[in-house]
Design a binder for this molecule. Structure first.
Ligand SMILES: [Zn+2]
Length: 65
C-alpha cells in the first residue's frame, strides 16, 4: 500500500517533509492512459507542491513552473 509520504517521495525523487492524503486524480496518464493519483506535499518548509503519479507506469508530474 502506497502512503502519501512514499508517493510524494516517488514524485519528488527524495523524501519530503510532509504530505497530505492521496486522492484519485480526475485525469488519465498521458503516457499510458492509466489511472493517476494526486498528493499535495511540502518538499521544504516554504514550498507546497501538488504532484501526480500514474499507478501503471513511471509517469509523474508536479504543478511547479
Ligand atoms: Zn501511465
Amino acid at each position: 500500500m502506497v502512503t502519501a509520504e512514499s508517493l510524494a517521495e516517488l514524485i519528488e525523487g527524495e523524501p519530503v517533509m510532509e504530505a497530505e492524503s492521496i486522492e484519485e486524480a480526475d485525469r488519465d496518464c498521458p503516457e499510458c492512459g492509466g489511472s493517476v493519483l494526486t498528493v499535495g506535499y511540502m518538499p521544504s518548509v516554504t514550498a507546497f507542491v501538488t504532484g501526480w503519479k500514474c499507478q501503471d507506469c513511471d509517469w509523474s508530474d508536479t504543478d511547479r513552473d
